[in-house]
Design a protein around this ligand. Structure first.
Ligand code: PGA
Length: 246
């Protein structure tokens, strides 16, 4: 049985006081949710203070990005060692917004995943097709390439996959549960090809306009093991409802 994994992705949102307000409301709401891995990914500026508040709770901390070198002259970048040092358990790598706006490629995704795992972080590896790719019938080709390249040389230990169809992110267009399951099952098949039995343990999250309303049906699908939640994770009450989808 795979343990459900629900992560918030706050993207470029929240000041310190807004984060404190969120945590004051959120932590009491999910304190008794022992049967699910709960993760918050605030922006870099909030990692330390949010991390302090999460100590001793059932909620884990994730960063939204990382660089693949350990230290040195890389202005503006943050290394896995630094993230680990302030209490991060995970880092999101390869989010479509990073691929789209910041030149992230399958190669940099692979380097970052490698460095993060070496640095003792868990990796939430994002893959997903654009609308154009789906309409051209290329969804599976894209997933195969992104997963194959992103995971090159890596074992599956410490990795959670997030399937995020780009056309469903922040658009209010959720993939149907059938579309999600079809891609998730395909991804599990790819993992089986390369990592055998590990595929049954691999957790595959769905992301893209997840809400308290649509999460129960998504989670009923056999290959959907959790969610990566953007917009609906910004309010404590709605993210708590998602965590407590059962
Ligand atoms: P969304 O974002 O829930 O706002 O669609 C999901 C994501 O980008 O991780």
């Amino acid at each position: 049985m795979r343990r459900p994994f629900i992560s918030a992705n706050w993207k470029m949102n929240k000041t310190l006081s807004e984060a404190v307000e969120f945590l004051d409301a959120f932590l009491p709401l999910v304190g008794d949710s022992g049967d699910v891995d709960i993760v918050l990914a605030p922006p870099f500026t909030l990692l330390r203070s949010v991390g302090e508040r999460l100590k001793g709770t059932n909620v884990m901390l994730s960063a939204q990005n990382v660089f693949y070198e350990e230290k040195g002259a890389y202005t503006g970048e943050v290394s896995p060692v630094m993230l680990k040092d302030i209490g991060c358990s995970f880092v999101i790598i390869g989010h479509s917004e990073r691929r789209q706006y910041f030149g992230e490629t399958d190669d940099t995704v692979n380097k970052k995943a490698n460095a993060a795992l070496r640095g003792g972080l868990g990796v939430i590896l994002c893959i997903g097709e654009t609308k154009k790719e789906r309409e051209a019938g290329r969804t599976f080709d894209v997933l195969r390439r992104q997963l194959g390249e992103g995971m090159r040389g890596l074992s599956f230990e410490g990795i959670v996959i997030a399937y995020e169809p780009v056309w469903a992110i922040g658009t209010g267009l959720t993939a149907t549960t059938e579309q999600a399951e079809e891609s998730h099952a395909f991804i599990r098949g790819l993992i089986r090809e390369n990592h055998g039995g590990k595929a049954e343990e691999a957790r595959i999250l769905y992301g893209g306009s997840v809400t308290p309303e649509n999460i129960p049906a998504l989670m009923q699908r056999p290959d959907v093991d959790g969610a990566l939640v953007g917009g609906a994770s910004l309010k404590a009450e709605s993210f708590a409802k998602i965590v407590k989808y059962r």
